[in-house]
Design a protein around this ligand. Structure first.
Ligand code: S3P
Length: 428
């Protein structure tokens, strides 16, 4: 696909629904009792993998084009899939399902695409094993396919997390809520808390104080109506585009601003971006964001900020190539085990365009501002690398050929059209 230099971005955009919340809405709907109605569900490949997985486990899920209705069966109402379940590219589906299915009393095999089948599952399987779960994967990192031999009993866990990961935490919580007794989990750093929030929304009990979580089981959850806010991780690409392309001024509507996800806003504020947060909707934890073009300054990003902007690091790296000074990103080794090794993918693809960027053991060093040039680049099958490169093309001096552009459909099927709708002219 050929991408052109961008004219100023103007106008308004309703960004698509939050991916993390959409996955969890289906999961909680399925394991609760009674109906769950999901408004503004994200119909992207990853979330459809979750829908498909629960249909395979005997849950009825209807989409009337407006809302998704999940007929909750409770944990005990799930039934064995007749065949191994393909969860595509979705790390959230496979990891959360391992905890959720560890006490079914039946066996389930989950596998994914080539990328997912190379992602480590030991980080989830090891703590679940401590709880009495029986899960098999292959190789030293327990890669998929994984087979979950659902038990009849699970033990609670007292666990200090080794990685700052919401997927690992959520898998443990889905097991802990079924285990008899009180589990105690201490996070390495605070990560997105959508699972904790939804346990409460679906009528369950959980106590969270800083990095410390207590949850007792077994608990019974009750279905509800839920509205998914827009995804700040998708909004990030337009925030970046409007910041970088001179004379831009856009409004992004209904963007979820749960504080465990807003690291990018804090970093961009420090870098000198012009982002106004307005019309806060307290119930949905969502806001409209007004973004104008700005000149950026380099920054440093590390520590507790990392899990709060982990998926935004490739686009922050691109922003840093246009910021004055040296940006240093550290403590971000988790990037190496995402849909691609996002440290290498970001460095190698942006270097093709002339960026002054290097990989470190746990992050990136970027010198800016550097002009970006026309080049042939590739998403490498990673949706967020693909979207980052589309934004890079907007500030390049000539056309950029993006290979494997279809990967954006994993989280954002309409991404290129939405970008075109904000570009007031068709470019050079
Ligand atoms: C997610 C958690 C993050 C994030 C992923 C979605 C979630 O992964 O990168 O895109 O929905 O819980 P980790 O928990 O592995 O950091």
């Amino acid at each position: 696909m050929e991408l052109k230099k961008g004219a100023p971005l103007t106008g308004e955009l309703m960004v698509p629904a939050d991916k993390s919340i959409s996955h969890r809405a289906v999961m909680f709907g399925a394991i609760s009792h009674g109906k769950t109605i999901i408004k503004n569900f994200l119909r992207a490949q990853d979330c459809m993998s979750t829908v498909h997985a629960f249909e395979s486990l005997g849950v009825s899920i209807e989409d009337d084009g407006q809302v998704i209705t999940v007929e909750g069966k409770g944990f005990e109402g799930l039934s064995p899939s007749t065949e191994p379940i393909n969860v595509g590219n979705s790390g959230t589906t496979i990891r959360l399902l391992m905890g959720l299915l560890s006490k079914t009393g039946f066996e389930t095999t989950l596998f994914g695409d080539d990328s997912l089948n190379k992602r480590p599952m030991d980080r989830v399987i090891d703590p679940l094993k401590e709880m009495g779960a029986v899960i098999e994967g292959s190789g030293p990192s327990l890669f998929p396919p994984v087979t979950i031999k659902g038990q009849h009993v699970l033990k609670p866990i007292d666990h200090q997390m080794a990685v700052a990961s919401a997927q690992v935490k959520s898998a443990i919580l889905f097991a802990a809520i079924q285990a008899k007794g009180t589990s105690h989990i201490i996070e390495k750093e605070r990560s997105r808390n959508h699972t904790e929030e939804m346990i409460k929304q679906f009528g369950g009990e959980i106590s969270v104080s800083g990095k410390e979580i207590f949850i007792s089981g077994p608990q019974k959850l009750v279905g509800k109506e839920i509205t998914v806010p827009g995804d700040i991780s998708s909004a990030a690409f337009f925030i970046a585009a409007a910041t970088l392309v001179k004379d831009s001024s856009i409004t992004l509507k209904n963007v979820g601003v749960n504080p465990t996800r807003t690291g990018i806003l804090e970093v961009l504020d420090k870098m000198g971006a012009k982002i106004k947060v307005c019309s806060y909707d307290k119930i949905n934890q969502a806001c409209d964001l007004q973004v104008e073009a700005a000149n950026l300054l380099a920054t440093t990003i590390s520590g507790e900020l990392i899990p709060r902007l982990i998926d935004e690091l490739p686009i922050i790296a691109l922003l840093s190539t246009q910021a004055k000074g040296t940006t240093i990103i550290s403590d971000a080794q988790e990037l190496k085990v995402k849909e691609t090794n996002r440290i290498d993918a970001t460095v190698e693809e942006l270097k093709k365009m002339g960026a002054d960027i290097e990989a470190t053991e746990d992050g990136l060093i970027i010198h800016g501002p550097t002009p970006l040039h026309k080049a042939t680049v590739s998403s490498r099958g990673d949706h967020r690398i693909g979207m980052m490169l589309q934004v890079a093309a907007l500030v390049a001096d000539g056309p950029v050929i993006l290979q494997k552009s279809e990967a954006v459909a994993i989280s954002y099927p309409n991404f290129f059209n939405d970008m075109s709708s904000l570009l007031s002219e068709t470019g050079e």
